[in-house]
Design a protein around this ligand. Sequence first.
Ligand SMILES: [Zn+2]
Length: 324
Amino acid sequence: MKYKLNCVITVITILFLLSFKVFTVNAQSEKNALISQPGYYKIEIGDYEVTALSDGTCMLDMSKLLLNAQPGEVQKILEQNVLNTTVETSINAYLIRHGEKLILVDAGCGTTMGNTLGLVTKSIRRAGYKPEQINAVLITHLHIDHIGGLTQNGKMVFPNAILYINKHEASFWLDSANLKKAPENAKQFFEPAVTAIAPYLKAGRVHLFENGSQLFSGISAQDAVGHTPGHTFYSLESKGDKMVFWGDLVHCGVVQFEDPAVSVGFDVDTAGAAMSRIKEFDKAAQAHYWIAAPHLSFPGIGHLRHAEKSYIWIPANYSIIRPK
Ligand SMILES: [Zn+2]
């Protein structure tokens, strides 16, 4: 039985690495020379400090990854935005500080995706904090690029943190019975999810919550199903200011803001993900709150506004002056 399980895990891992290679360029095989960047950016939302943390970048072939586009649409929009079809794509996590409390939103991919990624803990230290100080990690969904950084060599990277995971997300990815019936493009994510969460489950440090739960003062979970079955946004509100941490609503901003119907190969439910995207784009553009997005160019913080049938991303204005 144990042998059979090991075989299944090995096959899944191989499939995962092979299929990720379809979308990523230079990820696992070769070491890239890196430019040293600070890797963090701070902004204040009412009484809370939010620090964007860079996990690094990876090269994604958008001509293969993006789905439901018109012929030639992706190439045309990328070209207009001075980008090639293979786009250097950010992976960002966010750290919310309220007094002494430190709450991380996602944790990057750790050592699982090559040397251009896995920089979240380095970025935490550069921002003036230590991984052991983190009290909680809010998980947007259980894909490897958001949770691989939780665990290293089977040990917790954030040993004093409680993981907050949507109940539907946990019951989908952490139950091996779902693997067989899962869509082909989702199978690769099961084993890495189990590995990343295992030491926290063992230590009793996982809190599962229902859709729409208030998790902390000023911080609530918001159901955003589609990309994954329990995909979750987190909303932070303080003194009339608001920021929504999106999770994977957008993978290629310039294309998907122009045409929100364009989906991504990693969506478990493509139509549901597109519906979530259109609904949230509308809401964000109307209410004009801050957005923090893990795959928009670092720091991935800004606002959205309507432009006829599409949307325009307005990145945060660089700021060093604390609001009065
Ligand atoms: Zn992602």
